[in-house]
Write a protein that binds this ligand. Structure first.
Ligand SMILES: C[S@@+](CC[C@H](N)C(=O)[O-])C[C@H]1O[C@@H](n2cnc3c(N)ncnc32)[C@H](O)[C@@H]1O
Length: 257
């Protein structure tokens, strides 16, 4: 409509019709276009990663509010890298290189991490952000991080209200948490594992998580034996979306610097 004085060439018209047909099957437009904007920047996305959601920008803002300059910061379950790479860039723009946050992005999906690697290169962060392929904290030292940020899988596999196109086209590892062998599948399985794994992190370590609708109280309860709640934040729709917790000190425990 903006260019109604020009006719598209045959190739463009055919490509457009193919995309419309795929979109009408429910394939997310971000996968068709190969990119999605997040925190003011374009991220490459495809079927290997969750499409970045606008409400997840609150996770980035909260991490920037809570991390002290220079803090070692972990983005756990990074997918496209939208959270960790945005945190790294925003803190570089706000501080000199010594006070910028030192960000590491991890994911257990090697395929997702390949997309994150592409975004890291496009955003010029190859020398600034480390990538690790790991299932939660296996194979690396979680205690090395002062701030742990995560938008984990938190959809109940039996949730019948889940958009059919999301279930069909977005990676199940990004949506549904996989329980431990002796556990039932549950939306909160990842939080149970996360707060179980953070028993050794130093007192003062900050954990910032995105949560699903109405999950806040139960997650606070899961974390509470070892974590204090610092804040709960709502998204622009008024839905509680982010929890900020900090590791309590207990007798004989190391303290984060
Ligand atoms: C909800 S997606 C979030 C992706 C991205 N951070 C975002 O906000 O768009 C969750 C990501 O966590 C990864 N993941 C799931 N279980 C994991 C685990 N146990 N350890 C590490 N990563 C995991 C998935 O592969 C997926 O990329």
């Amino acid at each position: 409509m903006a260019r109604d004085d020009r006719r598209p060439d045959q190739e463009s018209a055919a490509r457009y019709r193919t995309m419309v047909a795929k979109r009408s099957q429910g394939i997310p437009s971000a996968y068709l276009l190969g990119e999605r904007e997040f925190f003011g920047r374009s991220f490459v996305v495809d079927h290997r990663v969750l499409v970045p959601r606008p409400e997840t920008e609150h996770l980035v803002e909260t991490a920037l509010d809570y991390a002290r300059p220079g803090a070692a910061t972990l983005d756990l379950g990074t997918g496209s890298g939208c959270v960790g790479l945005s945190i790294a860039l925003e803190s570089r723009e706000a501080h000199d290189q010594w006070r910028a946050l030192r960000v590491t992005c991890t994911d257990r999906s090697l395929a997702a991490l390949a997309v994150c690697r592409t975004n890291r290169r496009r955003l010029g962060l190859e020398n600034d952000v480390d990538l690790i392929c790991a299932d939660l904290d296996s194979g690396f030292d979680l205690t090395a991080f002062e701030v742990i940020v995560s938008n984990p899988p938190y959809v109940d596999p039996d949730d019948s209200s889940l958009d059919d196109a999301v279930r069909r086209y977005e990676p199940h590892d990004a949506l549904f948490p996989s329980p431990l062998p002796d556990e039932d599948a549950s939306a909160l399985a990842f939080y149970r594992r996360l707060f179980g794994s953070t028993t050794n992190v130093p007192a003062g370590t900050v954990v910032i998580v995105e949560i699903g609708i109405g999950q806040g109280d139960e997650i606070v309860e899961i974390a509470q034996p070892r974590f204090d709640l610092l804040s709960r934040r709502r998204d622009y729709a008024g839905i509680e979306r982010v929890l900020v917790l900090t590791r309590k000190a207990d007798a004989g425990q190391a303290t984060a610097s």
